[in-house]
Design a protein around this ligand. Structure first.
Ligand code: T46
Length: 359
């Protein structure tokens, strides 16, 4: 496999998939602003979780182009690749919500596995005769490693052991990316990241859902006893890590990205309640009264924790904000953008969401 890195001084056509979604939109903005000489293409199907409002501030930049389309549409993807001849791909498009994967596993297999394969095939067809300077970067999740007990960390050599249909679909797409590297010599890199939070996250995930519910005085549904642990990372820190891995990471390698920032769900929810009471000028303890313990998620992974030593040592990355700072910024963003929250939880977005998943 070609082992060269991406040369920053040569103009590239970079395809970012899923760029209208939560993490994707932060990555697109970062690349468009940081690399004005590169052409950044954002391919997104604009499902319920993708929203071009997330990118209003960069939509007119000359090095940015949005393309609406579905990565599972093979004929369309092939045409697109032939037309634009992308040098590299940063692949974020995915169905990402674990609860929905339990309701509709096939949708996750389709987008996450089949969609990844369609992209791999289109990329292979373009460059298989000369991979020099090309790269397929697959953005993945720490959930592929399964669940930890009370101690220990996921490292890059931890065996895959996915438990949910979502994580099984991401594990499978990781394997396909590796297989294309081994079989066809495609230069690739994969990163597996912990839970992200920050602006523009669809309010189906824990933090934005609970912020939205607190604003609207709605119950906060904590699954099971709330003693499940996640490692939280501010989304901009993830975007910076992706930039570093894209440019400096070694082909054929995996990098784990995490915040060394573990929180039990119940402790995180209580912290969120405390901060929200303060921000909203409500009496201490008001939001905590909204906490409601509900039926557990089936197959709920007990604990995720990332050992981010490799990316720190090899690429010099570490999170730039503490959890307190990040959470404070995130809450402020949702409070300042209540219109965004209303928009994504009502009207067309909600109709689409309800029709598909009825939550
Ligand atoms: C939505 C919700 C969640 N939870 C619990 C379930 C989890 O233990 C924790 C976080 O749940 P969330 O669905 O926000 O995220 P994860 O299931 O950990 O997965 C997330 O982080 C990884 C890395 C990805 O790769 C996923 O794409 C991303 O969705 O809160 C509740 O208790 N109540 C709720 O209403």
């Amino acid at each position: 496999m070609n082992n060269s890195n991406i040369n920053k001084s040569i103009t590239k056509k970079i395809l970012i998939t899923g760029g209208a979604g939560f993490i994707g939109s932060h990555v697109v903005r970062y690349f468009v602003n940081t690399y004005p000489d590169d052409l950044i293409f954002n391919l997104d199907a604009l499902t319920y979780a993708g929203n071009l409002e997330n990118l209003k501030d960069i939509q007119d930049k000359s090095n940015y182009k949005f393309v609406k389309g579905d990565i599972t549409d093979e004929a369309f993807v092939n045409r697109l690749f032939i037309e634009y001849k992308f040098d590299s791909i940063i692949h974020l498009a995915a169905e990402s919500h674990v609860d929905r994967s339990i309701k509709d596993p096939l949708a996750f297999a389709k987008t996450n596995i089949l969609g990844t394969m369609v992209l791999l095939n289109a990329f292979k067809a373009l460059w298989q005769h000369s991979w020099e300077g090309k790269r397929f970067y697959h953005i993945s999740t720490d959930e592929v490693y399964g669940s930890l007990g009370a101690t220990g960390f996921f490292t890059e050599t931890t065996a895959y052991d996915p438990n949910s249909p979502y994580s099984a679909s991401k594990a499978s797409s990781d394997h396909f990316v590796r297989a294309y590297g081994e079989t066809f010599g495609m230069p690739y890199v994969i990163s597996n990241c912990s839970n992200n939070y920050g602006p523009n996250q669809f309010p189906e995930k824990l933090i934005p859902l609970f912020i939205n519910n607190i604003i609207n005085n709605k119950p906060l549904p904590v699954y099971g006893d709330g003693n499940y642990t996640r490692d939280w990372l501010y989304v901009m820190d993830h975007a910076v890590a992706i930039d570093l891995i894209y440019h400096e990471g070694k082909n054929g390698e995996t990098y784990n990205i995490g915040g060394f920032n573990e929180w039990k769900n119940i402790d995180l929810v209580k912290l969120l309640c405390k901060l929200m009471d303060k921000k909203l000028g409500r009496a201490k303890g008001t939001s905590e009264k909204l906490i409601t313990f509900v039926k557990d998620r089936p197959g709920h992974d007990l604990r995720y924790a990332i050992d981010a030593t490799k990316i720190n040592k090899e690429l010099g990355w570490k999170p730039s904000v503490t959890f307190e700072e990040g959470l404070d910024k995130a809450i402020d963003w949702y409070l300042e953008n209540e219109e965004w929250l209303t928009h994504v939880t009502s009207g067309e977005y909600q109709k689409y969401y309800n029709k598909q998943y009825g939550k």
